[in-house]
Ligand binder design. Structure first.
Ligand code: SF4
Length: 350
């Protein structure tokens, strides 16, 4: 268990506080929870269950996910936050985070949460293009996101943004423009989700009528790769790519269509490392005269470099049949880096 990774205790509030159902959304399906709001006993039981897995983890957060937290009534917001406070006071939980819509961030709501140890606010931004937000029935604008991030930062909150790929009316140009706009607002971290057509969502109806075509897996990988490059250039961490794997995701009666893969993030990172190798091979002509080349990566990135079922290495061998590629583990590199070298150097050959 990675002790530096926080333990996140999720408390799902599916669709609670939502002004309506966004076109792609069916949180009841994603969270596997029929009741919209857990009661205090259910929250305590979730907390106790997760704390029993804490081990040596240094940081524990409770997260209200799956709904529009600040869209709940003020009484409900404080009731939820108060239910966590005994655990904060006895230092079993260090912070509280929640996801909420950008149009719920105003001075009044921020005053409401001020007395509580809110460690991050995650905004369901989805897109910064108003036409795409309208087509997705979001009911807020890009300006709401700009204002929300500004207000949250002024109050010293850590801000996360959740973005979607494959929204109705979106395309490559608008998606990348939207990504750059969000990066320019300098959030602290991001999550990126390819859109899946979920049963029970308004989009499922459009999809069945032929009014919406989802992205395929390859298209979504290509787009997310480009988004990642924009976030990486700005040094903004992307902490999640794709939805969590669950049995429901492979059930075709629940997930009707879309670029679902249980290891979506792994596929994107693999492709990024492959591209980085190709770029270095294309710019270093003398390197191509070698009969073997060393690919240096951080030990944790080895499987990403290899690709799904060694796909990346096989593609390289097909493209450069005269070169033998040898992976070398190098702790000095970041896990997003790969270096192509003619010499093995100090790293450990695999
Ligand atoms: S996307 Fe967010 S705001 Fe929209 S229905 Fe789902 S939980 Fe509610």
């Amino acid at each position: 268990m990675n002790q530096d990774k926080p333990l996140v205790i999720p408390v799902f509030i599916p669709h609670s506080g939502c002004p309506h159902q966004c076109v792609f959304c069916n949180q009841t399906l994603i969270t596997h929870q029929k009741n919209n709001l857990p009661d205090a006993a259910a929250i305590v039981s979730t907390i106790e269950e997760y704390l029993s897995y804490r081990g040596q983890r240094k940081w524990v957060e409770l997260a209200f996910f799956g709904g529009n937290f600040l869209g709940l009534s003020p009484a409900m917001v404080t009731c939820f936050l108060d239910s966590v406070m005994p655990y904060i006071e006895n230092k079993k939980i260090d912070g509280i985070r929640f996801s909420t819509r950008p149009d719920t961030i105003d001075s009044q709501n921020l005053d409401l949460i001020d007395p509580y140890p809110v460690s991050a606010v995650e905004l369901g931004v989805q897109s910064m293009i108003d036409a795409v937000l309208t087509a997705s029935n979001r009911g807020h604008t890009a300006k709401d996101t700009i204002n929300a991030i500004d207000l949250l930062k002024k109050r010293g909150h850590k801000v996360g943004v959740q973005l979607m790929v494959g929204l109705p009316g979106d395309g490559e140009v608008s998606l990348l423009k939207s990504t750059q706009q969000i990066v320019d607002l300098n959030p602290d971290f991001a999550r990126i989700y390819p859109l899946l057509v979920l049963s029970g969502s308004p989009l499922a109806v459009k999809y069945k009528k032929g009014d919406y075509t989802p992205l395929c897996l390859d298209q979504s990988i290509v787009l997310v790769k480009q988004m990642m490059a924009i976030f990486n250039r700005a040094d903004i961490p992307v902490i999640r790519l794709g939805l969590q794997a669950s049995d429901m995701m492979s059930d075709e009666t629940q997930v009707l269509a879309g670029p679902w893969h249980p290891a979506f993030g792994h596929l994107v990172f693999s492709q990024m490392l492959y591209d980085a190798v190709i770029r270095q091979l294309e710019t270093g002509q003398d390197i191509l005269n070698s009969n073997h080349l060393f690919l240096r990566v951080h030990p944790c990135a080895e499987s990403r470099l290899r690709g799904d079922k060694n796909e990346n290495l096989e593609r390289l061998s097909r493209l450069f049949p005269k070169i033998k590629f040898i992976i070398v583990k190098d702790n000095d590199l970041a896990i997003t880096q790969v270096k192509v070298d003619k010499a093995k150097g100090q790293g450990k050959r695999i």
